[in-house]
Design a binder for this molecule. Structure first.
Ligand code: ADP
Length: 212
């Protein structure tokens, strides 16, 4: 069950003691469990970081009263794009469709971001964009990618301090696999600094279930 972090027996026991007796000091919890304060410290740290317990200096630990779902939501809203972004793979708008296909294979990505001569974002190329161009009769070596790419201003982007959950929502809404992480220059141009894909979101999802 994802909504309640998997606590070990000792952590469950500590939680129960604090629920029944809080506020209670670490020392007192240790006594009840016949353990040393040092042995207990990692478990208390985990329970506090995950939000189950609150700690107040010179008062002790008390039960936060938050449900698993509340804690999950709170922790989800701490995950930012910059915590999970990957390195972007970019191609110049003048490269051929053929070269873009080769780049996609060599770099092992599903989406390429297209930049102009000033390295500003101008387009996006997906696998299907390249497949579509390939099943036509065109000469793949002579068509530049800027003919077939999805272009600005129709590109969905995100910034490094955005919430990952919001990017995940736009991946679903727009039915796309990847979003470039951009930095806007003073002139309003976009520099590509990263990449968020469905894989990054999946990694965050798994980490959330395992850590919390
Ligand atoms: P595929 O087409 O390989 O399934 P996507 O679902 O990511 O991959 O792409 C669907 C279409 O949306 C493609 O035409 C692609 O150019 C476009 N696209 C992909 N990513 C974005 C983005 N971040 N913003 C706007 N359009 C995008």
């Amino acid at each position: 069950m994802v909504s309640k972090m998997e606590l070990n027996n000792r952590q469950e026991h500590i939680l129960q003691i604090v629920k029944d007796n809080g506020p209670i000091t670490g020392e007192q919890i240790a006594e009840r469990l016949n353990l040393t304060r040092a042995t207990l410290r990692p478990d208390l740290a985990i329970l506090t970081m995950a939000g189950y317990l609150d700690a107040r200096p010179r008062v002790g630990y008390f039960y936060s009263g938050k449900t698993g779902t509340q804690l999950l939501t709170e922790n989800l809203k701490k995950i930012l794009v910059r915590n999970y972004q990957s390195i972007p793979v970019v191609v110049n708008e003048n490269v051929s469709v053929y070269d873009a296909i080769v780049t996609m294979f060599l770099e092992d990505v599903g989406t390429l971001f297209v930049i102009d001569e000033h390295t500003h974002l101008v387009g996006v190329l997906s696998r299907k964009d390249l497949l579509r161009a390939s099943i036509g009769k065109q000469e793949l070596n002579s068509i530049p990618v800027n003919i077939i790419m999805t272009r600005m201003p129709n590109i969905t982007t995100c910034e490094k301090d955005d919430l990952l959950i919001d990017v995940a929502k736009s991946l679903i809404e727009k039915q796309i696999d990847a979003v470039p992480v951009v930095n806007m220059t003073e002139n309003g141009d976009l520099e590509v600094t990263g990449r968020i894909t469905k894989t990054n979101v999946t990694k965050a999802f798994v980490a959330l279930a395992e850590d919390l």
